[in-house]
Ligand binder design. Structure first.
Ligand code: HEM
Length: 177
């Protein structure tokens, strides 16, 4: 009588985030989304007020305020959203790379936070510096027409991400075998 040695694959349970920790993380995720959108609205008010203002004092005030609110608070909100979103996805049935809606949100989040640092930051710093020079009696500030795009592009893409989160369209990246 021979005994066959059977090697059975060990059933592994994927790590799941459940109950109160999951809810707390979702609250943090939503709070970061809310603050990110709020900063976008503030940025839009400051940029469009500056662009439409005839008074040089109003323009310089707007760009100096923009320097304070736009770059670091937005980066922190974007990174908080990214980190909480990645943990929520990894710790749930959705996974990080299983569903289109999660992958697209990941790409949007990475794109937007990168753009804040490489595209928005230099433009905002430059305008704030020009504002300080103008206030000190130097030449008038140059028009800031490039800064029109961030307050349009950023909230639009964030709203796309919100819609994706709620409707969860397009299903899985790969079909189950
Ligand atoms: C681009 C910025 C993002 C926005 C505006 C956003 C927005 C949202 C919103 C509004 C919800 C709540 C949906 C609901 O409860 O019905 C949510 C949940 C969630 N988000 Fe995000 N998110 C973003 C980034 C990310 C990223 C980068 C990931 C992961 C890669 C992610 C993964 C998730 C997951 C897994 C949930 C939980 C869905 C559920 O349990 O129903 N999010 N997000």
């Amino acid at each position: 009588m021979s005994t066959a040695l059977q090697i059975r694959p060990r059933a592994t349970t994927p790590w799941r985030l459940a109950g109160r920790p999951r809810k707390l993380l979702l609250v943090l995720h939503l709070a970061s989304v809310g603050s990110w959108l709020g900063i976008d609205v503030t940025m839009a008010v400051l940029v469009f007020t500056a662009l439409g203002a005839d008074d040089p004092g109003t323009r310089s005030l707007c760009f100096r305020a923009l320097e304070l609110v736009a770059v670091w608070p937005m980066t922190i909100s974007g990174l908080t959203c990214l980190v909480t979103g990645v943990i929520l996805a990894y710790g749930s049935k959705y996974g990080l790379t299983k569903y289109w809606w999660v992958v697209v949100k990941l790409v949007l989040n990475l794109l937007l936070t990168t753009l804040v640092l490489i595209a928005l930051r230099p433009g905002v710093n430059d305008m704030a510096e020009q504002a300080r020079i103008q206030e000190a009696g130097g030449p008038a500030m140059a028009p800031a027409s490039d800064l029109i795009f961030p307050p349009i592009v950023s909230p639009t893409l964030l709203m796309v991400a919100v819609v994706l989160s709620v409707f969860k369209p397009w299903g899985r990246l790969r079909r189950n075998r």
